[in-house]
Design a binder for this molecule. Structure first.
Ligand code: SOE
Length: 396
């Protein structure tokens, strides 16, 4: 790494929804957390000169370029932040690692297991040169989720028996909603499965410390053709009003699973859950208690402590806003709630700190490959009529 004046100079590729979320976090991280390196938002990259210039000005980047290769070649950049659709993650991340840049790559890590494995190999080679990688599963860093993990690790749930996870959205229920990149397999890899299912796979593997060992799945595409997109794209896109194109990804994926530690689990990811905007909910039941997290109430964690006397038992609402909770001593006085964007600031905080310390941040590209292998097993199971499908081992 070549930091100058203890700066960490970031170059970001992509500036849409995720790019905006990351920009907010890069802008904020040094203002909230005391860190050994000062982030400089050096340059943002996008293909359209006018649009990327406007994005740089709006989001707070010093410079802008139209070719990501130029960004990677610059010796005044230490970190490459990949916020593009999945079809370019592998190429950009591997090139950046070869150039000695630390890499933050959005989730899911790649569109295929083969790409993810190549990215892990590149990360392993770069690690020997002190280069760090992280994958953007930001929900791990919602303080209530981190607390959940700490409580499970401390044994407060005892033996885990059940994991129940859903991630539900409804932004494409209108058949007139256009065929944006997230609905095209060659761009996104998969649909609800990889976009939002990947989050609950990572979150539950992280919280439980167990890996998903095998799955039985169904997937469905409810609307198979959609109007081609007009100018704008993203979650609020409009159609061109003309020709139709084929939807090549799943609209919903549901699977049952066995976890490596003996728990059994259910997962549901859908973009057709009418009325559910961004509803991620995870419940874990163990021999000593249960924990429930709901993203729509992200400052709270519900805990049922089975060790309490019978007369006092019941779910307790823990308000995760106190200085003793993960990340929160840096924010507001006790009881003052935080939101979605804070999870990205926490991600940047941990990444910057790991780079400064010379340690590997989590989730690593290998952890993210672990998620990719589950996505792959789910797809194969669904394609084979829900056949029970073991998840391939990480090392294969
Ligand atoms: C769209 O479905 C999306 O923005 C995902 O891509 C994000 O990862 C998720 O956090 C919110 O929904």
């Amino acid at each position: 790494m070549s930091t100058s004046d203890r700066q960490l100079r970031v170059g970001m590729v992509g500036y849409a929804f995720m790019g905006a979320a990351h920009s907010q976090a890069w802008r904020t991280v040094n203002r909230v957390f005391d860190l050994p390196l000062r982030v400089r938002m050096a340059a943002v990259c996008g293909r359209d000169q006018e649009k990327v210039a406007a994005a740089a000005a709006r989001l707070g980047w010093d410079d802008h370029v139209t070719d990501w290769r130029e960004l990677i070649a610059r010796d005044d950049i230490d970190v490459i932040d990949v916020c593009t659709p999945g079809d370019s993650h592998a190429e950009i991340a591997i090139a950046a690692l070869a150039a000695g840049k630390h890499v933050l790559c959005e989730k899911p890590l790649a569109n295929t297991v083969a790409e993810a494995r190549a990215m892990v190999a590149a990360a392993d080679a770069a690690r020997a040169q002190g280069v760090r990688t992280i994958c953007g599963f930001n929900y791990r860093r919602v303080p209530a989720v981190t607390l959940m993990r700490q409580m499970v690790e401390a044994g407060r749930l005892g033996t885990i028996r059940h994991v129940r996870a859903v991630y539900l959205q409804d932004w494409i229920i209108d058949p007139e909603f256009p065929l944006v990149w997230r609905l095209q397999r060659e761009r996104a890899g998969s649909g609800a499965l990889g976009d939002i299912g990947a989050h609950i796979i990572d979150l539950t593997q992280y919280v439980t410390g167990q890996r998903i060992a095998g799955v039985s799945a169904v997937t469905e595409t409810f609307i198979s053709e959609r109007p081609l997109p007009g100018e704008a794209s993203g979650l609020a896109a409009s159609s061109s009003g003309g020709a139709l194109g084929k939807v090549t990804v799943d609209d919903a994926a549901i699977f049952t699973a066995r976890l490596s530690g003996g728990a059994i689990a259910t997962y549901e990811a859908s973009r057709f859950a009418t009325g559910r905007k961004n509803a991620l909910r995870v419940e874990i039941n163990g021999s000593r208690g249960s924990l429930v997290f709901d993203l729509e109430r992200l400052n709270e964690l519900e805990f049922y402590d089975n060790d309490r006397p019978g007369a006092e038992q019941g779910f307790t609402r823990i308000l995760v806003t106190e200085p003793e909770h993960p990340y929160l001593s840096a924010w507001w006085p006790p009881g003052h709630i935080i939101g979605y964007e804070h999870s990205f600031t926490h991600q940047m905080r941990d990444f910057v700190q790991a780079i400064a310390d010379g340690t590997d941040p989590a989730p690593s590209f290998t952890d993210a490959l672990g998620v990719q292998l589950v996505l792959d097993a789910v797809q194969r199971s669904a394609d084979a009529g829900s056949t029970w499908t073991p998840v391939d081992p990480l090392g294969a």
